[in-house]
Write a protein that binds this ligand. Structure first.
Ligand SMILES: NC(=O)C1=CN([C@@H]2O[C@H](COP(=O)(O)OP(=O)(O)OC[C@H]3O[C@@H](n4cnc5c(N)ncnc54)[C@H](OP(=O)(O)O)[C@@H]3O)[C@@H](O)[C@H]2O)C=CC1
Ligand SMILES: CCCCCCCCCCCCCCCC(=O)[C@@H](N)CO
Length: 312
């Protein structure tokens, strides 16, 4: 509980999804703190731009800053990407692995197709789980005590609502994996955490909002929280530095974190108790409001489905 803060200076941090959004902001923050940073994503142009932005922030000439283009869809590809990034470090596992890669495609359950639901799990569970698996093995084999694995879930990994059937299950699954590994990786002295960001203005949000049902955005927006990726990265960083198992960046998500803590340790004995109490009172009101909004939408939704030939 009173352990020393983690110092990233001279450490190697491996960040999936590091070319845009949250991952890029975290990569920039850690570069400024003197870490060696490896970022991984698919699109080479975005990686090139991201790496150039890291170069501008380097604080010493010995920092190793690299970008790798890999699709992290499979166990083998995720292992290969990690191996490539360890190469400049004589094959040593990274000191920290942060899996930011992911992407949402919200929609109504009855309109989603098999591939949409399948891809939701693929892009939001497996893309992070395979990297965690590859990293865990390497850290255990090399007895890298003190190293870290950090997964990235969402507010929607702690609660859910309409529109998120292809996404929230995967984000909840990541929480299940993180809580399991938080316990199991103690066998190797490796700490495991998970971050639950709220809505963040990122290229990913612009993309998902193109297809997001209006009512879903209305409820999401009603929360009134829209962090920049830089703000979210600061909270993520503080959580990593403190070694919190469950990391949040905003008030609402902290309510769900504290009230849905399960068997995980508290971040702060007093504050989390307060959050838990506030959640007990406030969340049912919020929920009743949302239920009303959804019920009030029944007719419009029926018309919308009718126009799309759903009942034909
Ligand atoms: N923005 C938001 O409102 C919220 C986001 N989150 C979560 O935070 C994380 C970051 O989100 P955000 O910054 O918005 O996302 P962005 O879409 O801005 O960035 C996603 C990053 O992941 C990479 N990526 C995606 N899929 C793959 C893949 N299969 N293999 C390798 N790289 C991949 C992308 O690059 P490329 O496409 O080139 O591969 C990009 O670098 C995600 O896990 C997201 O679910 C959670 C809560 C809210
Ligand atoms: C008193 C209690 C108040 C509670 C308010 C809670 C409101 C939460 C609404 C859902 C927000 C969804 C955020 C994550 C979005 C996300 O993961 C996607 N954008 C993925 O990119």
């Amino acid at each position: 509980m009173f352990s020393k803060k983690w110092n990233p200076d001279g450490k190697h941090v491996y960040i999936t999804g590091g070319s845009t959004g949250l991952g890029l902001s975290l990569a920039q923050l850690l570069t400024k703190k003197g870490a060696h940073v490896s970022i991984v994503a698919r699109n080479q142009d975005k990686l090139d731009k991201a790496l150039a932005s890291l170069e501008e922030l380097r604080v010493n000439p010995s920092q190793i800053l690299k970008a790798y283009s890999h699709s992290l869809d499979t166990a083998s590809a995720s292992t290969e990407a990690l191996e490539a990034a360890c190469h400049p470090f004589e094959g040593q596992a990274p000191d920290a692995v942060v899996t930011c890669a992911g992407g949402a495609a919200p929609g109504f359950f009855v309109e989603l197709e098999e591939k949409d639901l399948f891809n939701g799990m693929q892009n939001n569970y497996w893309v992070q789980a395979w990297t965690a698996w590859a990293a865990a093995k390497k850290m255990a084999q090399q007895k890298k005590k003190g190293s870290k694995i950090v997964l990235v879930s969402s507010t929607l990994g702690l609660m859910s609502m309409l529109g998120w059937a292809s996404y929230a299950p995967a984000k909840h699954a990541l929480r299940g994996l993180a809580d399991t590994l938080h316990s199991e990786m103690m066998l190797y002295g490796v700490s495991v955490s998970i971050f639950f960001p709220p809505t963040m203005s990122t290229p990913g949000l612009d993309q998902e909002n193109k297809t997001k049902p209006a009512i879903v955005w209305k409820i999401e927006e009603g929360d009134g929280v829209l962090l920049t990726a830089d703000q979210a990265a600061v909270s993520l960083w503080k959580g990593i530095e403190k070694g919190d198992a469950h990391i949040t960046a905003d008030f609402s998500t902290s309510l769900f974190r504290a009230s849905g803590r399960g068997a995980m340790p508290r971040n702060n004995w007093i504050l989390d108790g307060l959050y838990d109490f506030v959640a007990y009172i406030a969340v049912p009101f919020w929920r009743a409001g949302v239920d009303n909004q959804v019920r009030g939408h029944i007719q419009e939704h029926e018309e919308y489905l009718g126009k799309k030939g759903f009942y034909a």
